[in-house]
Write a protein that binds this ligand. Structure first.
Ligand code: UD1
Length: 359
């Protein structure tokens, strides 16, 4: 009898969970596949991890490496040491990694050195900005991968330019949108107490936005000013929260509502109802594009250009005047309907599962 293929998925940080969920589900339909899930523990707070497992019905991990926080080197090294031990005990046929976080590249490096094939879900995205830790993670993970699953055609072009053989690359669409499609009906029923009729939703956690105190202060002042015209909801990532104590005066604006990080359904519900979303997240650029909600990205670049060319995303740069000008325009002028990129249809994980399960 043929032995089962052992597929090991590695997740670690919040944006991994909604990408892994649909693939875990899709692979259940293949009797030739046995799945294991490893959580690195990069994100460990209940609101950054556990609640996503519950809402997205992700099975409990088979192993938790409990690495926690640290410098990039400490975190990456701890994941590598822990994951090497895991693969030594129950050798995978293939290791699947997601997105661009430290857990992604760390697990890919271990698998590649052990001679285990690597599959990268969300391959090929490039910001062309190597000052972003995520860009380093993307470049290295893609070089190490044997199967590269891309969300859009621009990603395929990036990989071809880097000399990656097209045989390894599969344009499958966007797994994050799979989860959105599945969860949207539930999100629309989610109740959020005291929700204003019209509001802006803001999220900032990138090092480039929150580690520079001067720039963070200008961003917070902008949100506080804005809250005199329209309510501003601001769920705060733990990395950002650590830096807010210096700005209590700015944050005292009555219509600026700071919140704990929100569970998936509640956050999706807010995104779908927001007048405009202000963010530095990658996933939120994609989700707002699917939802047709205007988004302003407060970064100088994006690894997801299709959200600008086809979707509702506006790249404003780290420039307060530009952000305000774009925002003014979006709040005043009704927006023309936007397109959803090809294959962002809720079935990307099914396409990946078929390829992974085949001999
Ligand atoms: C990581 C990813 C980033 C992703 C983000 C989503 C990398 C390089 N970055 O950034 O691409 O957009 O996740 O959230 O992998 N902390 C807690 N509780 C937690 C997790 C973190 O308090 O559960 C605090 C810690 O003090 C930690 C800091 O947040 O030092 C940053 O966490 P870390 O995992 O290093 O990176 P993120 O900023 O979350």
């Amino acid at each position: 009898m043929k032995s089962q293929k052992h597929v090991v998925h590695v997740v670690g940080a919040r944006p991994n969970f909604m990408k892994a969920a649909p693939l875990l589900l899709a692979l259940r339909g293949f009797p030739g596949v046995r799945q294991s899930l490893v959580h690195t523990g990069q994100h460990y707070d209940a609101l950054m991890s556990d609640v996503f497992f519950r809402q997205l019905e992700i099975p409990a991990p088979d192993a938790n490496l409990n690495v926690g926080s640290g410098t990039h080197t400490q975190q990456t090294a701890a994941i590598m040491t822990g994951f090497e031990k895991f693969v030594g005990q129950d050798r995978p046929s293939i290791v699947v990694v997601f997105g661009d976080v430290n857990s992604t590249v760390a697990a890919a490096m271990v698998a590649a050195k052990e001679g285990i094939p690597v599959a990268h879900v969300e391959a090929g995205l490039r910001s062309f900005d190597r000052s972003m830790p995520e860009e380093i993670n993307r470049l290295l993970t893609d070089q190490l991968s044997d199967l590269l699953f891309t969300p859009s055609a621009d990603a395929d072009e990036n990989l071809a330019r880097e000399g990656i053989s097209s045989d390894k690359v599969h344009l499958v669409g966007n797994v994050m949108i799979d989860t959105l499609v599945r969860m949207l009906p539930l999100a629309q029923k989610a109740t959020i107490p005291d929700l204003p009729e019209r509001f802006i939703l803001g999220t900032f956690h990138r090092a480039a936005n929150v580690d520079d105190a001067g720039w963070l202060e200008s961003l917070l002042k902008m949100l506080a000013d804005l809250s005199h015209e329209i309510a501003v909801l601001f769920p705060v990532h733990p990395r950002t929260r650590q830096r807010l104590s210096a700005f209590t005066d700015v944050l005292a604006a009555p219509n600026l509502r700071l919140m704990d990080p929100l569970p998936y359904l509640e956050f999706l519900s807010l995104q779908s109802r927001a007048a405009v979303v202000l963010t530095d997240s990658g996933g939120i650029q994609e989700e707002t594009t699917y939802l047709g909600v205007p988004c302003i990205t407060v970064r100088d670049n994006t690894e997801r250009p299709i959200t600008v060319t086809m979707g509702t995303n506006h790249l404003a740069g780290r420039d307060i005047l530009k952000v305000k000008a774009v925002l003014d325009d979006l709040l005043k002028t009704p927006q023309s309907p936007k397109q959803v990129p090809p294959l962002w249809d809720g079935r990307a994980a099914e396409r990946i599962a078929k390829i992974l399960a085949r001999d």
